[in-house]
Design a protein around this ligand. Structure first.
Ligand code: URA
Length: 281
């Protein structure tokens, strides 16, 4: 169906339904989980007490519902920074303010096993999208409240996790030190894993740097929990390893953040700090 949008610079309709994600105001909760894989949206929502499919367009599927009484949505981003940036841009316009990437990753050392999860404290911006927003020196930081809630979620669920700095690349193959077709490789790809390890980087994935950069610029909150499906030191790759655990951590993070946000509001505070938990008890 041919449908005219507001303008070329503002691709939304009169009800503010966004061009790519097909969601409008009221369709999503403030807390939005962001898997890359559209097939994972239903799996994430299956842990909720209620859910409804809100929209589907291209690789972007959105569900909204409740997890343990907390309002929550989930939108798939597809792979990579360009699509993740579109999703964050459009979700912000319809009311989201907290982004929880739940993805998959390759760990760089054998201390982080396949089947564990990685919680990112920040990301090295080896993507291309974020540099179209701001200087490359601008930090891609996870929000401290989201990180703390993720750590609490993993601890309470008994999920094995590593906390540390992630590197986001725009290339799954040469960007992460894997040979391209017919073993194509430049020098930078040959040294990327060693250099990353020397810098203490825990893992490679492909979206968190873009999501963190945009969240920082727009005063939103973002965090990232990834299932370790590959380990570059042991050379293992196990599809879906740790994915259920990462999803449980992400959903539980939402209920913890919702509790903390309610405490902040009740006490007139802008930021969460641990002793708020004991103030009214
Ligand atoms: N996702 C990545 O970006 N890299 C991996 O090695 C596994 C998942």
């Amino acid at each position: 169906m041919v449908k005219k949008l507001l303008s070329a610079a503002r691709p939304e309709d009169r009800a503010h339904v966004q061009y790519h994600i097909s969601c409008g105001p009221g369709d999503v909760a403030r807390y939005v989980l962001l898997p890359g894989d559209p097939d994972r949206v239903q799996k994430i929502a299956s842990q909720w007490s209620s859910r409804r499919k809100v929209a589907q367009h291209r690789e972007f599927i959105t569900y909204t519902g409740k997890f343990k009484g907390s309002p929550v949505s989930c939108t798939s981003t597809g792979i990579g920074g360009p699509a993740a940036a579109i999703v964050v841009e459009e979700l912000l316009r319809v009311g989201a303010d907290t982004f929880i990437r739940v993805g998959t990753t390759g760990a760089l050392s054998k201390g982080t096993s396949v089947g564990d999860v990685v919680i990112s404290t920040g990301s090295v911006r080896l993507d291309g999208t974020s540099s179209q927003y701001v200087w490359t020196g601008y930090p891609a930081m996870a929000n401290y409240e989201v990180v703390a809630a993720m750590v609490q979620a993993a601890e309470s669920l008994g999920v094995r996790y590593t906390l540390g700095v992630t590197a986001s690349t725009d290339s799954f193959y040469t960007g992460q030190g894997r040979p391209g077709f017919r073993d194509y490789m430049q020098h930078q790809s040959e040294v990327i894993i060693d250099d990353a390890k020397r810098a203490g980087i825990v893992n490679f994935e492909m979206e968190s740097a873009t999501i963190f950069t945009l969240a920082g610029l727009y005063h939103a909150r973002a965090g990232c929990v990834c299932a370790v499906i590959a380990n570059r030191e042991t050379d293992e790759f196990v599809k879906e390893a740790g994915v259920s655990e990462a999803i449980s951590v992400a959903n539980t993070t939402v209920s913890i953040l919702n509790e903390w946000d309610n405490l902040k509001e009740a006490n007139g505070k802008r930021n969460f700090y641990p002793s708020l938990l004991f103030k009214n008890r």
